[in-house]
Write a protein that binds this ligand. Structure first.
Ligand code: ARG
Length: 571
């Protein structure tokens, strides 16, 4: 089934193909009519014609049948108003369509790199954003029909592991594991670092340990695995608390690419791209220079022969294209790594590992700020524990529930508080344009009013409560949408715009396109519900309004689920 937007757009395209000189018509939702058509002015310009005259010719050719009426406005816009019969057809189709009109894409594989915390280090708010945005994208892409492969590119390799393993031995394995399993990763890492900086003997032991690790020494590798496993188990707890779909099976850390790194170097060399600089093996991709104009290197192999972060990412690109068959490679990583990725991909492209038809994109995001609008850290400058933030949100939600519904069963309250608390955090993150920074403000996030997760959950639960009052199953039967009231029509148009909102969020990787849509829909519903009594209406109006309610609840529930946000039936 096609969305109303698609159907109208297709008809318009047919006409634009005759006149359009390659210009695509643009359909914008508008206040004055349902859609405004843009593009005629651009075409008129390129043909040297009067836009109004051209608009008339477009209208004459445009066969909208009984889909919409059309009016020329201004210097060359078209205003389209969808007919009620068309809205009726579309709404009725949605009643029996699980996907609510969202079309699927076939034959594409999205490899989504997200979350990616570092072993034996606390997950910080940057990882929160990557995790929440990445998980929403994974759900959205999956729903669109992509095969989705999540890659949790955890930092599980490199020189710090020498000191971490030595520290683990100093503490005694059992004690160390106990520390790590309560999630006290910050302390563990800090203690190791402090010793490394103040104790020469420890530093030396750490260095030797790195050598053993790289040489594949069995006991060293076992200890390394203990660190990795403890950390991954801890990350999984955080994912559970957040309601994120990542599992240990998605963890494909930096170490996974170790066996491929020698080939990366060999093949770059064979392609004539490798240059020795200061004892390190580098590639200087075209177009990257320092402020002084000197070429910037991607360091593939360091002077000490170790491989760095960039080498691993080169191997990862290659693996994701050739082994996983990725057609869309997405990297949900903070903005500061933009240059790193741009350079790595330039090298991969030069080496022929990244074909033109593979889409690769840095899904960059801004920072989470504290109340002082500076980077969100504890007073002593440490990273803030994510799990603590989620817990705080859940506690706040629990208090709010106790106040709103003092008689609620404690178990029900506990479950709901979890759903609301994490919705609050996720929604606040997802509803901000990801490129922007935002202030972490629990007060605002857990609020049941305003553009918040709890508000949308509540809106959904409120619609559902209408059906509970029926005390029996409801089905749409042979309902017809007459949409006599403006508020009904406005809600109907909102409902039918769902596919565009999903598509916009998918193509631009901007979940806020979907949150914005859902918030708007909830508001349309509120206006409708204030103006149009449902249960007390006469038939067949009552059935029509119930059908609008049913579609609203389904749209909100599905929309929230695509963002990874629970939609409780009752609140
Ligand atoms: N572990 C890195 C960090 O904490 C993020 C890794 C991102 N993914 C990648 N393929 N480089 O900053």
């Amino acid at each position: 089934m096609s969305s109303s937007y698609d159907i109208v757009l297709r008809r318009l395209r047919r006409v634009f193909d005759q006149f359009g000189e390659g210009t695509d018509p643009v359909l914008r939702p508008s206040d004055r009519s349902d859609y405004q058509v843009n593009g005629i002015m651009a075409v008129a310009k390129s043909r040297g014609e009067n836009p109004r005259v051209l608009a008339e010719r477009v209208v004459a050719e445009l066969d909208l049948g009984d889909l919409a009426s059309v009016e020329i406005a201004g210097p060359g816009f078209l205003n389209l108003t969808l007919t009620t019969s068309f809205l009726d057809t579309q709404l009725r189709a949605n009643l029996s369509d699980e996907r609510l009109g969202v079309a699927t894409t076939t034959g594409r594989t999205a490899v989504i790199d997200y979350s990616a915390p570092n072993v034996a280090k606390e997950m910080h708010v940057g990882h929160l954003r990557s995790t929440v945005i990445g998980d929403a994208l994974a759900r959205l892409y999956r729903f669109k029909g992509y095969k989705v492969i999540a890659r949790n590119h955890v930092g599980d390799w490199g020189t710090p592991f020498g000191m971490l393993i030595e520290h683990l031995l100093d503490l005694g394995e059992e004690h160390a594991v106990a520390t790590l399993s309560i999630g006290d990763l910050n302390t563990f890492y800090r203690e190791a670092r402090e010793k490394f900086e103040s104790d020469e003997a420890f530093k030396e032991r750490s260095r030797q340990r790195v050598v053993l690790l790289q040489a594949g020494d069995a006991e060293t590798n076992r200890l390394w695995r203990v660190l990795v496993e403890q950390s991954v188990a801890y990350f999984s707890e955080v994912y559970d608390a957040l309601g994120v779909t990542l599992t240990p099976a998605d963890v494909v850390g930096e170490s996974f690419y170790n066996p491929m790194l020698a080939d990366v170097v060999r093949d770059l060399d064979a392609a004539g791209l490798l240059v020795e600089s200061d004892g390190a093996l580098c590639v200087f991709p075209e177009g990257f220079t320092t402020r002084e104009g000197d070429p910037l290197p991607v360091i593939v192999q360091k002077r000490d022969e170790g491989f760095g972060y960039a080498a691993t990412d080169l191997a990862a690109v290659r693996d994701r294209v050739s082994q996983l068959g990725g057609t869309d490679l997405l990297y949900v990583v903070g903005a500061p790594q933009a240059q790193h990725f741009a350079m790595v991909w330039a090298v991969a492209r030069a080496a022929g590992w990244l074909p033109e038809n593979v889409r690769i994109e840095h899904i960059s995001f801004g920072s989470v700020l504290g109340p002082d609008r500076k980077m969100f850290k504890t007073r002593s400058g440490e990273t803030i524990k994510l799990i603590g933030l989620v817990q705080d949100a859940v506690d706040k939600a629990s208090l709010a529930l106790a106040e709103r519904s003092p008689d609620m069963d404690p178990e029900q309250r506990r479950v709901l508080a979890t759903q609301i608390g994490r919705a609050a955090i996720k929604y606040a993150d997802l509803s901000t344009d990801r490129q922007r920074d935002y202030v972490f403000d629990l007060e605002r996030m857990v609020n049941f009013e305003g553009d918040t997760g709890p508000y949308l959950q509540y809106a959904n639960a409120r619609v559902r409560s209408i059906f509970r009052k029926l005390r029996g199953p409801w089905n749409a039967g042979d309902v017809h949408f007459v949409l006599a009231h403006d508020a009904e029509r406005s809600l109907a148009l909102g409902l039918l715009a769902f596919p565009e909102a999903v598509d916009a969020a998918v193509t631009s990787c901007q979940p806020h396109r979907l949150t914005g849509y859902l918030f708007d829909l909830a508001q349309r519903f509120t206006s409708f519900y204030e103006a149009c009594p449902v249960l007390s209406a006469e038939e067949p109006l009552r059935q029509e309004r119930l059908a609008l309610c049913a579609l609203t609840a389904r749209t909100l529930t599905l929309g929230l689920s695509l963002l990874g946000i629970d939609a409780p039936e009752q609140m």
